[in-house]
Design a protein around this ligand. Sequence first.
Ligand code: A2P
Length: 317
Amino acid sequence: MKDIIFDNKDKMAMLGLGTWKSDRGLVYNAVRRAIEVGYRHIDCAAVYGNEAEIGEAFADAFSAGDVKREELWVTSKLWNTAHKKNAVVPALQKTLSDLRLDYVDLYLMHWPIAMKEGAGFPSKASDFYTLEEVPLEETWEAMLDTKERNLIRHIGVSNFNSSNLEVLGRLAFPEMNQVEMHPFLPQQKLVDYCKAKGINMTAYSPLGSMDRPARIKADNEPLLLEQPVIEKIAEAHDATPAQVLISWSMHRGIAVIPKSTNEKRIGENLEAAKLQLSDQELEHINGIQSGHRFIDGSIWVNNGSPYSYEDLWEGQS
Ligand code: A2P
């Protein structure tokens, strides 16, 4: 398994298990089976609403001797309603208590969007704080503090464009930026920027987030997993389209966190780490770029929001 290597030489397995949309009642089994078959990187977030069940799976996996804490890489994320400086540590402590861990390996600011405590998801203007009211630097400074206290090993962000990364960089550049990435949306400009600044990257929704209603492109193009180019390459390697998509990300040196709660697909996705794609195949895959986002961020810019798409996305994918 390839690793992402951090500045202090800590290693994060490039392929991890995503848990967004992993329902309670299913996620315990998904995490246990994933650890059993060899996953050593689990991606979580407070807002996914399933960290307590994942914590149960970790505790049982440790006591069964399936894995040691220090062999497992756990990422979690700070939700938008905990951006004020005094809210950061309590939010992290809740996550640690749910996950039944003393520390997380990586803690990310989930979005560059600040919301009022208790707002959950926004439905009106008053659910938001503006960036003047709660600047990104305020949240970032509080997160840097949690690192000093050894509650987290590494610190980063998710859904940040280069302008927002520059703002944080005045204090310290994040070690990770987790964003939506797949062949429709390779984000090469952002990848180049992050590389230049020494920021590692993780791709979410690498399979096209199949379980979301908005997954189908407006022009009714085939789904990511059903793109003829992907299917053809999969066939040539006796692999599956999902494995080709996962492998494409790993060939770019980008960590990737496909979500599954299905035992067979959890195993299938891990096997993708063994797939070798040729330069020509990678080039063919790059040809399906369309700029399409499955997570369009509309929830953060509607309902009287003070934020705009320019606050979120890089100018060009
Ligand atoms: P399931 O959990 O039933 O396996 P993404 O990570 O891009 O959000 O994609 C997750 C979606 O893709 C889920 O609907 C998941 O369903 C599905 N999925 C996960 N692995 C595979 C696979 N190997 N083949 C097809 N679909 C998959």
